[in-house]
Write a protein that binds this ligand. Sequence first.
Ligand SMILES: NC(=O)c1ccc[n+]([C@@H]2O[C@H](COP(=O)([O-])OP(=O)(O)OC[C@H]3O[C@@H](n4cnc5c(N)ncnc54)[C@H](O)[C@@H]3O)[C@@H](O)[C@H]2O)c1
Length: 397
Amino acid sequence: MHQISLLGAGLIGTFYTMALHGHRGRDRVHTVYSRSPQRAKALAEKWGVPSHTASLDEAIADEHTDTVIVALPNHLHEQAVLAAAKAGKAILCTKPLGRTAAEAQRMLEAVEQAGVFHGYLEDLCYTPKTLAALASVRQGAVGKVLWVRSREAHPGPHSDWFWKPELSGGGAIVDLGCHCIEIARNFIGKGIRPAEVMCWADTQVHPIDAEDHAIGLVRYENGAIGQFEVSWAFRGGMDLRDEVAGTEGTIWLNHWLRTGMEMYTTGQAGYVAEKAETNAGWVFPVGDEPGALGYAEMFTDMFNAIDEGRPPQEDFYDGYVVNAIIDAAYASAKSKCWEPVKLTNWRGGEGVQTDAAARDYDAEHLLIKQERMLDGTLKLILRHKQSGQIIERIQPA
Ligand SMILES: NC(=O)c1ccc[n+]([C@@H]2O[C@H](COP(=O)([O-])OP(=O)(O)OC[C@H]3O[C@@H](n4cnc5c(N)ncnc54)[C@H](O)[C@@H]3O)[C@@H](O)[C@H]2O)c1
């Protein structure tokens, strides 16, 4: 059983508390910090949190707690993590870990030097669908993963600080791309080095200094591609979808809109779901929001990992790699060229070769493709191993 100091009483602090206190969990928020004493008090009263404070230091130092959850705006992560590491507590930090890889690296060094547990709260790698899909991929269900497409798009964030790049670190890439990048990394393999990034980003809609749209390609050393698509101006709610394409199979995941619950209302629905744009007409509520977004499985892994003395599925090193990929994406959006992912601290494999998925057909030929045709015949496309010539062979129906 763990007692938690929660730093931040905004949207994500509330979701985290819902996930921890919503069922009969053992791990409890003991104290909540917010700049505003009223907001801290309101969260504490609603969720049965015994103590609240408007002092960050007081919340971290609370003698009843062993774990600090950082749920503050991006520019405050480093300060909070460094203070919590100094206090010797386990630290769980929301995404993105830093605004830049340099910031993330300093946080990683601080927790490792202090020898404290560190977890990166990347919930979308823990949704029940994602965990099931990852298990299937690891069993070989899709063969070698070639291409992962991950999309997060919504009409834009709910607080002023997100829109100020000096506080948030950027726009939709750092806010939403961080999820997509880590989802792709999980499917492609965390030991495979992300090599370079090509990214388009633009401010198409909002009067801001950051990007509200971006598409990026992350090329991994084994040839796999992670594609992220993000928008802060998508209309119709929150579009959260992933696709995994491999040599032997395909997985499509839809996490939010049209997940199985659909309701028509003339307008009495109240709150529908995170980032829902309307509460009238056909709407798409979610049965269990913290569960569907991965918060429940994420905290189960985090606290089990602390108890078992092992790293969690997502830790600060992962947050650092994600930040390094984001830095390369911003560099590429500016230069309009492929930009290298600068990882001064790489802990995965080196020199992974691109392995083509060639299959022998017979002693002389490789099989490129086979297809059953309209007339029932089987058409084979073959490549001669020595000459390289490509031929067709037709097998009768
Ligand atoms: N799916 C996810 O994992 C997810 C979703 C949303 C947000 N987040 C992350 O959570 C963090 C917080 O986002 P949020 O959506 O809860 O934001 P929010 O604006 O809803 O809440 C932020 C909290 O920090 C407080 N705060 C703001 N400025 C502050 C300052 N200068 N000093 C002290 N406190 C300050 C606010 O009062 C509020 O309690 C961000 O890092 C964001 O990227 C993660």
